[in-house]
Design a protein around this ligand. Sequence first.
Ligand SMILES: [Zn+2]
Ligand SMILES: [Zn+2]
Length: 376
Amino acid sequence: MGTIDVLFFLIFFLFPIIFASEECQISMCDNKSIPIRFPFQLEGQNLQNCGYPGFDLTCNSQNLTVLKLPFSGEFFVRQISYITQEILLYDPFKCLPRRLLSFNLSGSPFVSAFYQNFTFLMCPSSLTKSRYTSIDCLSNSTHSALATSSMSLATSMSASCEVISTLQVPVSRPVRYDEGFSSALNNDLHLTWYEPDCSICEAQGGLCGFKSNISQDIGCFYFPGKDGSNDGLKLFRIICFSIAVPAITCAVGIACFACFVDRTNHLNARRSTTAVAAAPEGPEPAIVMMGLDETTIESYQKLVLGESRRLPGPNDITCPICLSEYCSKETLRCIPDCKHCFHAECIDEWLRLNGTCPVCRNNPSPSPARVSLDSV
Ligand SMILES: [Zn+2]
Ligand SMILES: [Zn+2]
């Protein structure tokens, strides 16, 4: 079989995979909201096989992104991290403790990383006044609602207060010393999902999706943003990958991923400006990773967050990579074209490995590696 035959075989074999991934667009409720892509899908878009069951989202009349849980109703989506497979939700009526009193994740693909027992109490306002943090949205004119994870505190209060309920509450991380009454329940609801597992694919800058309209198998696709290059180039890249030596690329891929997920080791992270391709396990390893060079990364605007923690552009108060809330005086870096901002250390790490914005997957600017490939 000659070279041409091999190319024809690869074109016919690979084209359906590329086609399937391109059918599924990244959608948003409006241009300031969260990009929605696999495994999530905007309901009613009539795109075939672009979302995983249980991951349907809707847009409300204010263009906010809404997730409906089968047994717990609607929540607004604050942020999705496709890399860490986490979603931050909040109550449309700003009273998460009320929602937690009857919270049930059955029938949904989401779970909480941690649960903690909380006792909810109703105490006479005269008793609690200025002594404890009460849950205002559950309180009335005569009684204040309190919640605590401390059994001893709950027991000591139960003489003068009515215990509403003691139940397991999903928390982002367990409260260790709940001396007073916790106001932590007012934070966002922090959930995760394990199936489908696209974290390796996402961390390598790929896009996850079903391999075809009829398949339930998950694949990983390299997809260079909306302003991306033509199909021929994509095909070229995938063919290049397909004929690369798997053993070497696998080893490099594992090393890169390990570096990326370990934020504490970020200073030692591998600086990658060359094309690297691999996926050790999980989704189809059709990824070409192309990072930006240090000069390009440094040229992107940095800003130090002020006391007000007000961010420019389409940004929320959480970093879309690590999902931690920004603190004042933290250094952020924003991508010039799409204006998405991140912790500087989070995005620098990412951009060394990937040439696209982790949120919208647009190419911020061509990297030297990409320019050389484009000119082939
Ligand atoms: Zn971060
Ligand atoms: Zn972006």
